[in-house]
Structure formats: structure tokens, C-alpha cells
Write a protein that binds this ligand. Structure first.
Ligand code: IMP
Length: 177
């Protein structure tokens, strides 16, 4: 285990098992639909890559960077589109693939934005969900509910570090306080 972690909360085997289940759920629900999965960069990158390969129907892929965090461990309260969406959503059924939903601020409004650009439907697939969601978003496909602690690994970072850990763990408080 990385020494900066307090403990691992989800190991590689659990992640892989759950991602395959989510892939099967999406496969069932999106038969015969033109489906576009959008990776919310950069935290969802490994989840997105594994999820796409667990889906057994033809899909399209898009990438966008949205952020409400500024190198820290709490929300700044402002969403910024750091990198524009590289895909046309018109006429597509869209699944937004996110690493973690905390307050829900990052995704609130973005679904409506994609619908106004011609998406036929927009659903959210999030690997992790914290208990403090404040904004009104529905997570159609959810990996795990976790406690309200700052976690890193499997794409999730603290100031761009720890993304390449293959598991998800709680970062020691002394690292960021
Ligand atoms: P929300 O807008 O408050 O739901 O925050 C979602 C975004 O905040 C995620 O996409 C992450 O980038 C970041 N975030 C929230 N909690 C954590 C965490 O525990 N570790 C790493 N990033 C987090």
C-alpha cells in the first residue's frame, strides 16, 4: 500500500467486479440505441477505459474536462469547462462517466446543457458517491457509496498525484492539512 494512505477502501478485485456489472447493466439498457459515453477528464480515465471494454454493444466515446476543484480537497463552488467536449451529442443517448460525485455541483446543469445541444437522453454513471450530495442529480449507474473522506487512486488525485494507484484509498489527513 502507498504510505500516504490511511487505508485502502476498494481494492482492484472489487473495482473490476463492479465495473463489469455496470458494463452489463449499460449493455442491457442501451441495446439498439446510438450511445455516446463521455469521459469526464481526468479522474474518470481508468474507470472509463475499463467500463467501455465491459460494454458489449457498439458505443461512441467523447472526452471533456469540467472542474469545480482547484488543487485542493474541498469544492470551490464554481464549475469551469477546462477542455471543450470532443464529440457531437446530437441524436445520441449520452452517458456521462464520472469518477466521484461529492456535492453534485460539477454535473448539475451539464446534462441540461447537452440536451439543449441535441442529445436524446443524458444519464450519469459514477464510480463513487459520497453521502453529502447537495445538488439535484440522479446517478443512474453507481459503483460504490463511500464515506465522506478524501480518496485517491484509480484515476482520483490530490494535486495531480496518486492517480495511478490501482486501488482506491483514503489519503492521510497530514498530507493535505
Ligand atoms: P462535486 O461537483 O462536488 O460532485 O465534485 C466532483 C469532483 O470533485 C470529482 O470529479 C473530483 O474531481 C472531485 N472530488 C470530489 N471528492 C473527491 C475525492 O475524495 N478525491 C478526489 N477528488 C474528489
Amino acid at each position: 500500500m502507498n504510505l500516504d494512505l490511511e487505508r485502502i477502501i476498494i481494492d482492484e478485485i472489487e473495482i473490476s467486479r463492479r465495473v463489469k456489472e455496470l458494463g452489463r447493466d449499460i449493455t442491457k439498457e442501451y441495446q439498439e440505441k446510438e450511445t455516446l459515453l463521455i469521459c469526464i477528464l481526468r479522474g474518470a480515465v481508468f474507470f472509463f477505459a475499463d467500463l467501455c471494454r465491459a460494454i458489449d454493444i457498439p458505443i461512441l466515446m467523447g472526452f471533456v474536462s469540467l472542474s469545480s476543484y482547484k488543487d485542493g480537497t474541498t469544492s470551490s463552488g464554481k464549475v469551469e469547462e477546462r477542455q471543450k467536449l470532443m464529440a457531437d451529442v446530437k441524436g445520441k443517448h449520452v452517458i456521462l462517466v464520472e469518477d466521484i460525485v461529492d456535492t453534485g455541483l460539477t454535473l448539475e446543469g451539464y446534462g441540461a446543457n447537452l440536451l439543449s445541444r441535441g442529445a436524446l437522453s443524458v444519464k450519469i454513471c459514477a464510480l463513487l458517491k459520497k453521502p453529502e450530495q447537495k445538488h439535484d442529480i440522479d446517478i443512474a449507474f453507481k459503483g460504490f457509496d463511500i464515506e465522506n473522506r478524501f480518496v485517491v487512486g484509480y484515476g482520483l488525485d490530490y494535486a495531480e498525484h496518486y492517480r495511478n494507484l490501482p486501488y482506491i484509498g483514503i489519503l492521510k489527513k497530514e498530507i493535505y492539512s
